[in-house]
Design a protein around this ligand. Structure first.
Ligand SMILES: Cc1cc2nc3c(=O)[nH]c(=O)nc-3n(C[C@H](O)[C@H](O)[C@H](O)COP(=O)(O)OP(=O)(O)OC[C@H]3O[C@@H](n4cnc5c(N)ncnc54)[C@H](O)[C@@H]3O)c2cc1C
Length: 415
């Protein structure tokens, strides 16, 4: 009997998992390679960073998620390079992994716009490790302020700057506002956490540029209610320990969070020369890569222009639909048929600012406030992977809502 075609998927994120699932009944052998052993539900990473949820609530082992799939192997390894001439991947120990068809879905990384030296001072949020490190920094700032006798220095310790006014920046700012003004309000003796100064800086003319004007305004008002200072149309020009600069203005910032730029995963370079300015691979309408036979790209690494002429954003729905479509095209090739072009079905766009405040844009209608927040809760619970995670998140959110508490306020690293 002829050997089955070998399909390799790089990345167990939204695109990679969707692709693996679509290949379940296809006559091929699948290997999914990821440098982490778990899939992370990134839209809720900020909840881990702000002590609302535990890592295990938003992540699950890839092996467990795909355990019922025959002919599928999971490999914990970092893919260093793609040698598409030899149809092989080069892994971190130098070993080579052969493929007949390849789906590349490694997602994105942070971009510091040419200032990688800012990363240590202004870390971003992408992995569970990032979220735990951020939780540590945020909680520690309040503890240090409690020990500090000088009120001026206390205020300095409780100065937070978030750079980037997209959904992640807005969600982080909202959650931090709630921690400072509601959650910790009564627990400290020497400092009032409500004196915290939380500043959200966005270089573009408004927050949440992918949302319609009316929803952006509603988000801005909700942030102001939480005491967040919003500055738009002002680009941070320098980041240093304890401060950020906007031109000549120095702004004190004990804790700085980066939520601004996104860059393509580095292995995209091996699929050149057709890369866009962010380093993403410009794919054909069927998600294949010109000049690299058998290779498809899905998710945040793919640069794809929507049927309306606009580039598709780096969001979970795009990644899921592309992962599934790339796998379906491989199934068609295995069956000796032609591939089909990808068409995106936009289910809408959401962001939350905090308790009772979220915005949702479904194109034909827009929702904000309490109703938007209920929808946001429902959609996020629905899309989490695994019944245990859904139940756990639902219970924790219910408890937080009733008690105004955040249950995972643990400083687990040595200060
Ligand atoms: C903080 C944050 C909040 C977000 N909020 C939202 C939101 O509210 N709504 C929304 O729709 N989208 C949101 N997004 C975007 C969304 O999460 C991404 O668009 C989506 O995860 C992209 O899916 P992907 O499969 O392309 O990549 P990912 O989900 O990032 O998965 C990539 C996988 O590849 C692995 N990997 C990477 N490089 C290698 C390598 N060299 N070798 C082996 N493995 C590798 C990684 O470990 C990872 O598991 C958010 C993203 C972040 C970071």
């Amino acid at each position: 009997m002829a050997a089955l075609p070998q399909v390799v998927i790089v990345g167990g994120g939204f695109a990679g998992l969707a692709a693996a699932r679509r290949l379940k009944k296809v006559p091929c052998e699948v290997t999914i390679v990821d440098r982490h052993n778990h899939h992370v539900f990134q839209p809720l990473l900020y909840q881990v960073a702000t002590a609302g949820l535990s890592p295990g609530d938003i992540a699950s082992p890839i092996r467990w998620i795909l355990r019922k799939q025959p002919r599928l192997r999971v490999l914990l390894a970092n893919v260093e390079h793609i040698d598409s001439a030899a149809r092989q991947l080069i892994l971190d120990r130098g070993e080579r992994l052969r493929y007949d068809y390849l789906i590349v879905a490694p997602g994105a990384t942070h971009s510091y716009f040419g200032h990688d030296e800012w990363q240590a001072t202004a870390p971003g949020l992408k992995t569970l490790d990032d979220a735990l490190a951020m939780r540590h920094r945020l909680l520690l700032a309040f503890e240090e302020a409690e020990r500090e006798p000088n009120p001026v220095l206390q205020r300095r310790l409780l100065s937070f700057v978030i750079i980037g006014g997209g959904p992640t920046g807005v969600e982080m700012a909202g959650a931090l506002g709630e921690i400072a003004r509601q959650v910790l309000r009564t627990e400290f003796d020497n400092v009032d956490p409500a004196i915290s100064r939380i500043l959200l800086i966005e270089a573009g003319p408004s927050l949440l540029p992918s949302f319609p004007e009316q929803l952006r305004e509603s988000a801005r008002v909700a942030l102001l209610r939480l005491g967040i200072v919003v500055r738009t149309g002002q680009a941070v020009t320098k980041v240093e320990k304890g401060a950020v600069w906007i031109g000549d203005e120095r702004i004190e910032a004990h804790t700085i969070i980066w939520a601004a730029g996104v860059a393509a995963a580095p292995i995209g370079k091996d699929l050149g020369p057709n890369l866009d300015r962010a380093g993403r691979v410009i794919v054909e309408p069927d998600l294949s890569v010109p000049g690299h036979p058998g290779v498809f790209v899905a998710g945040d690494l793919a640069s794809f222009t929507h049927q309306t002429g606009k580039p598709l954003p780096g969001v979970a729905q795009v990644a899921k639909q592309q992962g599934k479509h790339a796998a379906a095209n491989i199934a068609r090739l295995i069956a000796g048929r032609q591939t089909l072009p990808f068409r995106y079905l936009d289910p809408g766009n959401m962001a939350t600012i905090g308790r009772n405040a979220a915005i949702a844009d479904f194109g034909f209608t827009q929702v904000s406030g309490y109703l938007g927040w209920l929808l946001w809760l429902f959609v996020h619970i629905l899309f989490l992977i695994g019944f245990r995670n859904r139940l756990s998140v639902m219970m924790q959110w219910a408890a937080s809502y009733l008690t105004y508490q955040r249950s995972v306020r643990l400083i687990t690293r040595d200060p």
